[in-house]
Design a protein around this ligand. Structure first.
Ligand SMILES: N[C@@H](CCC(=O)N[C@@H](CS)C(=O)NCC(=O)O)C(=O)O
Length: 222
């Protein structure tokens, strides 16, 4: 059986789980705590980061971006990058936005400081980092709001990897109660649609010991 090494509150792991589920590719999950730097896991992915996908035949594909490109090439039936060249550029632009810019400016400063740092035993959250993270989140939500108001899905007419990437980051931030949905109704409407897809259900059911999400976190009407 196909296996994904992941961590529940890792946006990069979540993006790959969503992509696998949207492509209807069955897989099992194995939780990996990347901060433990297990030798066996480092053999699979020398960066030590999650996720890593192991195919049925033992073929290892590390790194979320590499896995998503691989899935698109190996299993093209349900395409997540769009059809035309212009669509594919726009999807890749937004995926890069969320997995680089958003991840660095928002996710690392909020989720990284509040959760991953504590799990890794590297102390508590740094107030300066949190301030930077919340300010950046405000700017990013404005941009997401513009996309959600002007397009059906973030990159255009169809659900794409851009939606999965954005929703993966936002769902982790939502788990720690950092998204003020009332302030961004268009983003909330878009997220409600992503959240109600069958691919999202297993993510919403998961809990990390020591970190309880807000009561509305799993609700489709939030
Ligand atoms: N470039 C990597 C990023 C993955 C990543 O940052 N994973 C985080 C969790 S979301 C991680 O494993 N962090 C632990 C560490 O840096 O040691 C990818 O695309 O897979």
């Amino acid at each position: 059986m196909r296996l994904l090494y992941h961590y529940p509150l890792s946006p990069f792991s979540r993006k790959v789980r969503l992509a696998l589920a949207e492509k209807r590719l069955p897989f099992e999950l194995r939780t990996e705590k990347p901060w433990e730097r297990r030798a066996e896991y480092l053999d699979l992915n020398p960066s030590g980061e999650v996720p890593t996908l192991i195919e049925d035949n033992g073929f290892a594909v590390p790194e979320a971006a590499v896995i998503c490109e691989y899935l698109e090439e190996a299993y093209p039936d349900t395409g997540l990058l769009g059809e035309t060249l212009a669509e594919r550029v726009e999807v890749r632009r937004l995926v890069t936005w969320f997995d680089s810019k958003f991840a660095l400016e928002v996710t690392d400063n909020l989720l990284g400081e509040k959760v991953l740092k504590r799990l890794a035993g590297r102390g508590g959250a740094d107030a300066g980092a949190l301030r930077i993270g919340y300010t950046a989140l405000g700017h990013h939500l404005e941009y997401l709001g513009w996309l959600a108001e002007n397009r059906k899905w973030l990159a255009g007419a169809n659900l794409s990897l851009a939606d999965l990437s954005a929703a993966a980051h936002l769902s982790c931030l939502d788990y720690v109660g950092d998204v003020e949905w009332k302030k961004v109704p268009a983003v909330r409407e878009w997220y409600a649609r992503v959240k109600s897809r069958p691919s999202f259900r297993p993510l919403l059911a998961e809990r990390v010991p020591g970190f309880a999400p807000p009561a509305y976190y799993p609700d489709l009407d939030f």
